[in-house]
Design a binder for this molecule. Structure first.
Ligand code: PLP
Length: 491
């Protein structure tokens, strides 16, 4: 039977498939009233012949229309315009069908102020003094791949490839606890560990479990922006305390504690971010005493513990804590690779259990096969070997970078060779850093503007220059570009 409706469709060649063109033409006819609810559509063979296309294409279009609720198919009777059409008042199908990209803005409002953090990544061919990333070209990928394959096999055999413990696998938690106990003096057990996707997630979990809206969190005047943002996100009021060559100024901190009820203090005592300063033992002791006196939590972010050059790494604050003041956050990002996304929190068990509840809401759990792989790499001594190897590279790079900087800075900036960590903090005297960074970018050298490090909004007169991810030749080239940019930048 010939139906009294003709699809007004001139097929075009373009981005839109033929099947999509049919879908949009039918919807448009429904919207314009050419097709009423219950109206029978031509059979797929018939419409295919009319349009000179394969019947299957029409069937695909009808299936899509049915999935969207525009038509219904009745066995042996055919396809009909749906009786209950989707609600599309005030929305022009015409406009929708012409613009097939997802709109830039959603049609609804979003909650809370937006997070101001954005990844500032250089184009791939550029050199970059990043904020302290490790050298990833030396990651022992064969060993990691072998361990991952073993990890997949063993987790499958042990039936652990499904949902598991939100704190992470028992094996890796035990291995990390043993490492923290042997190397960092923490006296931790597996129940004190929650695995995370990097230390950033550990900081976020600490913020979630600790902070109520309006609570005061102290950070240093210069600090790690994503940590600060995590505290702000849960409603913390940020108070700032100065940091000097000995670490956080504990007298200032005490004054803040006398004025406000401080809930947490976030520090990077081993290698302060961004200034690289190592907190002195006296300040560490004083900080723990203040935590006991005023009842705040210390969030100790030990993001690059192993890479200390002048002497053995200093023991973390957490190793002196016998009363549960410290939430210790660590990571394998600098040790192996940031893309592994493997970090951990070490804290009293009840807090770890609370964090496990938060993990259930965020990402449920980590990757058990990767956790098994890392356990194997730790137990086989592979991670230790890699650390020792990288330490040698970084010591050489640090020395070469210091020489290179001295040669190009010509008294226009000052720096201390850092005792540890993967970056230098270079203070420029009276130089417009915005201009300097822009000049560097013209020379395809990427440096992060330091403004974001400031917790108080004050201008920062120094740059954090990560040296570790550039080899000696690249460091020389990058340093020369910095020198040339500096020569072009007036005071
Ligand atoms: C001070 C500090 N904390 C935390 C992190 C986050 O590291 P991840 O989440 O990769 O472990 C970084 C990364 O650079 C950092 O510099």
């Amino acid at each position: 039977m010939l139906r009294p409706w003709h699809l007004s469709l001139a097929l075009t060649r373009g981005k839109k498939s033929v099947s999509q063109q049919i879908v949009h033409a039918v919807i448009e006819d429904v919207r314009r009233g050419r097709l009423a609810p219950g109206f029978p559509l031509p059979g797929s063979r018939e419409l295919g012949e009319t349009l000179g296309i394969n019947r299957k294409t029409v069937m695909d279009a009808y299936a899509e229309l049915e999935a969207q609720g525009w038509v219904s198919t009745q066995t042996r009777r055919g396809t009909f315009v749906a009786e209950n059409l989707p609600q599309l008042e005030n929305v022009s199908v015409d406009k929708r069908s012409r613009s097939r990209t997802i709109p830039l803005e959603p049609s609804f409002k979003l909650s809370r102020p937006e997070v101001t953090l954005a990844a500032d990544l250089p184009p791939s061919k550029w050199l970059s003094f990043n904020d302290g990333a490790p050298e990833i070209r030396h990651v022992p990928i064969e060993a990691v791949a072998r361990a991952y394959r073993n990890g997949l096999r063993s987790t499958l055999q042990l039936r652990r490839l499904g949902y598991g413990d939100p704190r992470g696998s028992e094996g890796l938690r035990s291995a990390l606890a043993a490492m923290l106990t042997a190397d960092r003096g923490l006296a931790a057990g597996a129940d004190n560990i929650c695995l995370t996707r990097g230390s950033q997630m550990g900081i976020f979990l600490a913020a979630q479990t600790l902070i109520n809206p309006g609570d005061t969190v102290v950070v240093e005047t210069l600090s790690y922006p994503p940590a600060r943002e995590a505290f702000r996100r849960v409603g913390a009021e940020i108070a700032t305390v100065h940091v000097d060559d000995d670490g956080i100024n504990v007298e200032d901190l005490e004054r803040v504690c006398r004025r406000k009820r401080v809930r947490a203090v976030y520090v990077t005592p081993h290698h302060h971010f961004p200034t690289t300063v190592c907190m002195t033992p006296e300040r560490r002791m004083r900080l723990i005493l203040l935590a006991a006196q005023f009842g705040f939590a210390i969030i100790e972010d030990d993001y690059e513990h192993e890479f200390h050059f002048s002497h053995q790494p200093m023991l973390p604050l957490a190793s002196f804590d016998t009363a549960g003041h410290v939430i210790y956050v660590g990571s394998l990002s600098k040790l192996l690779s940031p893309s592994l996304r493997l970090g951990y929190v070490c804290a009293p068990k009840s807090l770890i259990d609370r964090m496990a509840g938060e993990v259930m809401m965020i990402d449920r759990q980590g990757d058990p096969a990767m956790e098994a792989a890392i356990t194997e790499l730790i137990e086989a001594g592979e991670i230790h070997r890699h650390t020792r190897k990288m330490l040698r590279h970084y010591i050489e790079r640090r020395a070469k970078f210091a020489d290179g900087l001295n040669a190009v800075l010509r008294g226009r900036a000052r720096f201390n060779v850092p005792d540890g960590g993967l970056a230098f903090w270079v203070r420029f005297d009276g130089i417009d850093l915005k201009r300097l960074v822009a000049r560097c970018r013209e020379k395809q050298l990427h440096i992060q503007m330091p403004d974001a490090f400031s917790s108080s909004g004050q201008a920062v007169g120094a740059l954090r220059l990560g040296f570790a991810s550039l080899d000696v030749k690249e460091l020389a080239a990058a340093t020369a570009r910095l020198g040339a940019a500096l020569a072009e930048t007036k005071r």
